[in-house]
Design a protein around this ligand. Structure first.
Ligand SMILES: C[S@@+](CC[C@H](N)C(=O)[O-])C[C@H]1O[C@@H](n2cnc3c(N)ncnc32)[C@H](O)[C@@H]1O
Length: 376
């Protein structure tokens, strides 16, 4: 089957490496997606193990359509019995970028009609629509006149790992946090610190990567579980194997934040993870940080709050840069921010810049190899 792993802008390469690590040799990198062939086992493994994937689709048909009638006829000619039982429910998700099809709701409506009429003609009955919790979620993607119909094997987006019980303002998406970390080589280090941890997404994802814990092990529901071909025994075996693979962390993990609420939230989120209690979560102001000698890797996502005044942001980022130079060198520091002008104010020369998106905001991940200053 054709598997389409969807991701965020800037994470395509990282995702393709993860897919390669699952044993896939041939894959195609597309815009915000990686496409490969596989069986049910690989589909389940992809949902469980891919840290930088947002959802895993299974392509069932693609064709061109010049108008709505052609879309309807071609969608109706798919053998839906293979994917959807009469007593099951379904929903249609659309992603439309086309001059011909300008209303995504109408596209969903046409495909829904095609499925309903397919069944009515064959058996006089049809499966019901359930947009809230469908058994089978169908994805229709149209770009110009190209139509791709696929089944969503994940259901809810894979950023919902199942560990985040406490959320603060402006948390990173788990998929984005994992993708950021996979761009770095933090696993070659001995001491990890996120000094502005918020609800702890970066440290939690880092701990899971380092202990080999599958990112979606705590998640209870996946779309494929309500498919006609769900192989429960295979899925249980895959999960058991993933549990056996978890190993002790090889790095000292530290997460600080100035806010008491953030500390509470990070601890709570980590508490659901094996070895979560090994992370030092401490209330601390970055600007009062003194002893960094056991820390050789720093990653942070400082606030870039648009509510703050421009001058305040600039001096805040300048102070971060000064702190890194004065008290944290030598270290490998990575800063992710949606305020690119502010990143320039750190006063450090980046050795790497990676463009990404944080939701709808253009963001950048920058690496700084901070060296101690030579004193005269
Ligand atoms: C954008 S949020 C980080 C979100 C986090 N990456 C997550 O996924 O939840 C920025 C965090 O920086 C913290 N912060 C702001 N000033 C700080 C300081 N001087 N020292 C330590 N933390 C600070 C805030 O309390 C906030 O939790």
């Amino acid at each position: 089957m054709k598997i389409i792993a969807k991701t965020l802008k800037g994470l395509e390469e990282v995702l393709s490496k993860e897919i390669h690590n699952l044993g896939v040799k041939d894959f195609t990198i597309a815009k915000r997606a990686v496409i490969y062939e596989g069986d049910l086992k690989l589909l389940y493994n992809s949902n469980l193990h891919l840290r930088s994937a947002l959802r895993i689709l299974v392509g069932i048909d693609d064709f061109t359509a010049e108008n709505e009638d052609e879309l309807y006829e071609k969608a109706k000619s798919i053998d839906w019995k293979k994917y959807l039982g009469l007593n099951q429910t379904f929903a249609i998700d659309t992603n439309v970028n086309s001059d011909i099809f300008t209303h995504s709701k109408y596209v969903a409506y046409k495909v829904k009609d095609a499925i309903a009429d397919f069944y009515m003609e064959k058996s006089g009955r049809r499966p019901n629509v359930n947009t809230f919790e469908p058994d089978v979620k169908i994805n229709v993607r149209i770009f110009k006149n190209n139509v791709e119909i696929s089944l969503d094997s994940s259901g809810e987006s894979l950023h919902r790992r199942g560990y985040k019980v406490e959320v603060l303002e402006a948390p990173l998406s788990e998929v984005l946090a994992a993708g950021i970390l996979l761009h770095t080589d933090f696993e070659t280090k001995i001491g990890f610190l996120d000094p502005m941890c918020g609800s702890g997404t970066l440290v939690t994802e880092a701990l899971m990567i380092n202990t080999g814990m599958a990112p979606n092990l705590l998640r209870e529901k996946f779309g494929f579980m309500t498919w006609l071909n769900f192989e429960r025994r295979m899925w249980n075996e895959i999960k058991e194997k993933a549990i056996e693979q978890i190993k002790e962390p090889s790095i000292d993990f530290n997460a600080y934040d100035i806010s008491r609420k953030a500390i509470f939230s990070t601890k709570k989120n980590l508490s659901l993870l094996r070895y979560g209690d090994r992370v030092n979560v401490i209330k601390k102001d970055l600007f009062k940080l003194k002893d960094c000698h056991k820390i050789d890797f720093i990653i942070m996502n400082p606030p870039y709050d648009i509510r703050l005044k421009e001058e305040e942001i600039i001096s805040f980022y300048q102070n971060i840069g000064d702190k890194l130079k004065q008290d944290c060198a030598p270290c490998d520091a990575w800063v992710f921010s949606g305020n690119i002008d502010a990143l320039k104010r750190l006063g450090l020369r980046p050795s790497k810049k990676i463009k990404m998106m944080n939701g709808k905001i253009e963001a950048e991940l920058r690496r700084f190899e901070v060296e101690p200053r030579i004193k005269n």
